[in-house]
Design a protein around this ligand. Structure first.
Ligand code: AHR
Length: 499
């Protein structure tokens, strides 16, 4: 059997765990909000119209910060439409997804929904069709306690306490030609810097995210980050990264190594941000907000006509149904985010419900977990304390896209009470026996050993078969003399908690 050795060194500290790394994303897109988190007629709906069966699954998923309201949607969003008496709210055209927006869920309802789920709001402002004034007005409406026009409007609308939103995104994917009001890096850098400066004049403790590239495949990747940061460095705290992956042309080997692209992406943005910071002789380090990441079968959606010229309410759009292989890749992407947690301080799985999501719903019916739900929920539940970067000695396999890729990837977290090891086996054919020296963690027992794998790497959970794929015990895991030994099945994601 193929073998691997992993050594955990308690000095190989990446960063203390910040739970914002387990963020997610709710956009007014398809059935994410309407017929997703919100369905007034559903048997589990509360007085606001929110489905409580979905709330339970979101809590189980363990997502933390939730980015809202877009995405591409935000670049046409007029926040004023979404507050006040519901019967007076206008219907608008959403150009991003060619849909109708009823505005029945808006800023105040969404903040209430977040309280049900125990999550933090990360708000995006519209820099596509709007600018500084609308951003400042939204900030005043949300965060000012009382005694001003907009804070009193919020109170009159039923929300006495300020929403106290800490993280704000300065627009969305402004480099993308698909974005309403997209810009050159120079133009965006200037408006982002001025908006950030104004918002921080209102509240210097805000944490602001400037748009990075929409993906590492963008022709302006790298140059965009440099130019934008040359304008905005002093005023912002994070730069965003977005990355989506999918299996292409039946090349599962390359797909299973997708996290190598995410690693390249992170290293490039960190190097670019530090280059600008060093040139400016700044002592500040810009953090990365990986605020869109997931599996997305984008090529197939582009070929479909689900985004079309009809103007519909909450059409079924971007409803990917995920396989075991997709879940393994997602687990590996999360390992990569954790391993770079010293710079990637915040991240958002895009998205949360129905739209490229770990949770699916049927109107009037069930809510269920996709395969990708499991690695995310287990990692969020078990990761604690400090992230450690383990040393991994393992062989490689050949991929068409990334060259030779390591067969196993892993990350470790630890606190005084124990630790957790998260691993993937990328081999399509081989089980791999992994010996993990965890002496440094001082652990005495295995508290939990679980894996996600299946004989059929393309098995999925569907409306008809909602529990086809789930977690299984990782058979045969043992701990003796400080060495944890596990056998990872082919194409699998696993987690071992130590106490
Ligand atoms: O998450 C789906 C879309 O992907 C978002 O609206 C956009 O920001 C990105 O292109």
């Amino acid at each position: 059997m193929t073998t691997a050795r992993i050594t955990v060194d308690s000095d190989a500290v990446v960063a203390p765990l910040n739970r914002r790394i387990f963020g997610s994303f709710v956009e007014h897109l398809g059935r994410c909000v309407y017929d997703g988190i919100y369905e007034p007629g559903h048997p589990t709906a509360n007085e606001d119209g929110f489905r409580l069966d979905v709330v339970d699954l979101v809590r189980e998923l363990g997502s933390t910060t939730v980015r809202y309201p877009g995405g591409n949607f935000v670049s046409g969003f007029r926040w004023e439409d979404s507050v006040g008496p519901r019967e007076k709210r206008p219907v608008r055209r959403d150009l991003a997804w060619h849909a109708l927006e009823s505005n029945q869920v808006g800023v105040d309802e969404f903040a209430r929904w977040l309280k049900l789920t125990g999550s933090e709001l990360m708000m995006a402002v519209n820099l596509g069709t709007r600018g500084i004034e609308a951003a400042l007005d939204l900030l005043e409406y949300c965060n000012h306690p009382s005694g001003t026009a907009l804070s009193d409007q919020r109170i009159a609308n039923g929300t006495a306490e300020p929403h106290d939103i800490r993280m704000w995104c300065l627009g969305n994917e402004m480099d993308g030609p698909w974005q309403t009001g997209y810009m050159t890096a120079d133009d965006y850098g200037k408006i982002a810097a001025r908006t950030a400066q104004a918002m921080k004049t209102a509240d210097k403790t805000l944490e602001l995210v400037v748009c990075g590239s929409s993906g590492s495949m963008m022709p302006t990747f790298g140059d965009w980050e440099r130019t934008v940061l040359e304008h905005a460095y002093d005023h912002v705290d994070y730069i965003s990264c977005h990355a989506y992956y999918q299996e292409r042309g039946g090349d599962l080997d390359s797909y299973l190594a997708s996290s190598l692209d995410m690693q390249y992406f992170i290293e490039t943005v960190v190097a670019t941000a530090d280059h600008v910071g060093n040139k400016l002789r700044s002592s500040k380090k810009i953090k990365l907000s990986f605020d869109e990441w997931n599996i997305w079968y984008l090529d197939e959606h582009r070929e479909s006509d689900e985004v079309n010229d009809q103007w519909r309410y909450a059409p079924r759009q971007l409803e990917d149904v995920y396989s075991v292989a997709d879940a393994v890749v997602l687990g590996n992407l999360l390992i990569t985010l954790l391993r770079n947690h010293d710079r990637v301080a915040s991240a958002s799985l895009a998205q949360l419900v129905n739209v490229i999501a770990p949770i699916m719903t049927e109107p009037g019916g069930d809510a269920w977990r996709q395969t990708t739900f499991f690695p995310f929920s287990v990692t969020s539940r078990l990761a604690r304390g400090t992230v450690l970067r383990p040393r991994i000695d393992v062989g490689t396999y050949a991929t068409a896209v990334y060259g030779d890729a390591p067969l196993v990837d892993a990350v470790v977290t630890a606190d005084d009470e124990g630790g957790a090891v998260f691993l993937v086996n990328r081999s399509r054919t081989e089980s791999i026996e992994v010996s993990i020296d965890v002496t440094a963690l001082g652990a005495g027992a295995i508290a939990e050993a679980t894996t996600l794998w299946d004989e059929d790497v393309y098995a999925r959970n569907t409306l008809e078969d909602q529990e086809r794929v789930g977690l299984k015990p990782l058979e045969g895991a043992s701990l003796a003399d400080g060495v944890l030994t596990v056998t990872l099945p082919p194409v699998s994601w696993s987690a071992i908690a130590l106490s």
